[in-house]
Design a protein. Structure first.
Length: 439
């Protein structure tokens, strides 16, 4: 469903013209700001020279470290009294970043999430089950207000309590679910075990907040039935929250960046130079309409590429490929760069495995070793599957991997927050074994 047809199918040239106007206005406003952060950031910029989107590369990059350095409100572009809401990043990689919103920012937040739900096939007639966490995390409230903006009936279930979630899905007749992909798979598994699967009629899932592969998509769609469309949503707290980009059900495999609000670039990870269409690099985003907490050329750390050509859904936003990893998630194993997403893809391509897995980086020796845990489907030949996986992982990753297969249900499931997939093992601590021993 197109939530805003006139904007979502606008000619790219017209959108670029409007985007240039918004970029000029943004830079002029920030240059006049009372914020020491913005005055310093734009000190060497000739503001009047920003005339088109082609001038974007003359602006300085922004990075998460800068936002932490100005914690909590140093990078605000409006007085705090003009804001109406505060969210924060998870802080899993250090001090959280505080993000404030004006009333207009909240309206746009709802608008882009309504678009995103529409991309997955959501309609105003739907019951929408939101199982992202609520609170400082942007996921729950972002999709909640997006669902209401679309006109759907929203169930603010939040995370955890799997049995209650399943009963609500069945009793309230949910058509769509918003949650992490790992939680969508867990709910699908438990729905089958509890006998509630036949009473649940989900058509689509808006799934994000953690990286996931095509293999996991297949496992999730299999768990919920052939008509279920698992669609990827992307966002960052520092840029807006969810709703920056979204897969449509017609063109799964690439995400529409809502580039009338969020201007995308792909740059070389090392040099920061813009890359040609089709080349893989780091996604950089500029917020064109955000008032309280704008960012200029924000280095997301997410690795992707532009996808050219029209989309079957008719939307004309710039598209990006699903992410191949994060710059700071990359593991270096015996001198080889390994993305966890590549391991997931290799595991979930195998029909003899379930959807749960864990990656253990064993650092007890001189050089780190890689250990992968997965669950064997009933009836599969353990020795054959282990050998096949070792060969597949070695061929794809160019590094030796130890494979450990357990029975179905042997790996712990995470009911709250983002699924943790990578664990460290040192002489002092074994994160994976601690998880296995936890109640």
């Amino acid at each position: 469903m197109l939530f805003q047809p006139e904007l979502e199918t606008q000619a790219p040239e017209e959108r670029a013209e409007r985007g240039a106007e918004r970029l000029r206005s943004l830079v002029e406003r920030l240059a006049r700001s009372d914020s020491p952060y913005w005055r310093e950031k734009l000190a060497g910029v000739e503001v009047g020279a920003i005339r088109s989107l082609g001038d974007l590369s003359s602006l300085p990059f922004s990075a998460k470290a800068e936002l932490r350095d100005t914690y909590p409100f140093g990078s605000l572009a409006v007085p705090l009294a003009q804001t109406v809401r505060i969210h924060a990043s998870s802080g899993t990689r250090g001090k959280p970043t505080i993000v404030a919103y004006t009333a207009r920012d909240v309206e746009i937040f709802a608008e882009v999430n309504a678009r995103a739900i529409g991309c997955a096939g959501g309609t105003p007639a739907d019951v929408l089950h939101v199982a992202y966490g609520y609170g400082l995390f942007t996921g729950g409230l972002g999709l909640h207000y997006g669902g209401e903006r679309l006109g759907a009936t929203v169930v603010p279930a939040s995370g955890g309590n799997v049995q209650l979630q399943l009963e609500l899905l069945a009793d309230l007749g949910a058509s769509g679910i918003c949650c992490t992909p790992s939680f969508a798979l867990l709910l699908g598994e438990r729905a089958a075990e509890s006998g509630l699967r036949e009473r649940i009629a989900l058509r689509y899932g808006v799934l994000g907040a953690e990286p996931w592969s095509e293999g996991l998509r297949e496992k999730i769609q299999e768990a919920w039935g052939g008509g279920f469309a698992a669609c990827d949503i992307y966002g960052l707290s520092e840029v807006m929250g969810p709703g920056v980009a979204m897969e449509c059900r017609e063109g799964r495999g690439a995400l529409h960046v809502f580039d009338d609000h969020f201007l995308p670039e792909i740059v070389d990870v090392e040099s920061g130079e813009p890359l040609a269409a089709g080349e893989t690099g780091e996604l950089v985003l500029t917020t064109l309409t955000k008032e309280a907490f704008p960012v200029l050329r924000y280095r997301t750390g997410d690795v992707t590429r532009f996808v050219e050509g029209p989309c079957p859904c008719g939307r004309t936003h710039r598209r990006i490929a699903r992410f191949s990893g994060r710059v700071d998630d990359m593991l270096v194993i015996r001198g080889v760069n390994v993305f966890p997403s590549a391991i997931e893809a290799a595991l979930l391509d195998d029909p003899a495995l379930g959807g749960q897995y864990a990656i253990v980086v064993d650092r007890r020796g001189t050089l780190p070793e890689l250990e992968v845990h997965a669950e064997l489907q009933p009836g599969a030949d353990r020795e054959l599957v282990e050998r096949r996986l070792r060969e597949r992982l070695a061929a794809r990753l160019r590094v030796r991997v130890d494979v450990v297969l357990g029975e179905a249900g042997s790996l712990p499931r995470q009911e709250l927050g983002k699924a943790k997939r990578v664990f460290e093992r040192t002489g002092e601590r074994d994160e994976f074994q601690q998880l296995l021993r936890s109640p």
